[in-house]
Design a binder for this molecule. Structure first.
Ligand code: FES
Length: 122
């Protein structure tokens, strides 16, 4: 996605809400936090959990499958799975922590647009 593409009306979400959007074959998640919109991949980079079924606390999104957490501002990993100790060590070896892809967002005339992917942090 190189250009900005219309996603939804800005009134479609209230603060603290998120929704799934299928756009040109991309499974995206749109969230609104403190009046700001955030758009990320709709699937978890761990094992493809459906992120919209997770929980949102501030800008931290938690995957419903194994509890990985990502900051929607840049997609960075806050926590890689909810596992601990040796299990977490093995999990990281099998699938190393990776950021959730996030995208540029703009809101114009009451419409939310998604743009290019943001640079990843991890
Ligand atoms: S699929 Fe998201 S934490 Fe495992």
């Amino acid at each position: 996605m190189s250009d900005f593409i219309e996603v939804m009306k800005s009134t479609a979400l209230n603060d603290g809400e998120m929704t799934a959007v299928l756009l040109e074959g991309h499974d995206l998640l749109v969230a609104k936090v403190d009046g700001e919109f955030y758009i990320a991949d709709g699937r978890c980079p761990h094992l493809h959990g459906h992120m919209v079924k997770g929980t949102l606390e501030g800008t931290v999104l938690t995957c419903p499958l194994h509890g990985s957490q990502f900051d929607l501002t840049d997609g960075s990993v806050v926590r890689w799975t909810k596992w601990e100790g040796a299990v977490l060590g093995v999990a990281k070896l099998v699938r190393h922590p990776r950021s959730l892809r996030t995208y540029e967002v703009k809101v114009e005339d009451g419409t939310v647009y998604v743009g290019p992917q943001k640079a990843t942090t991890a």
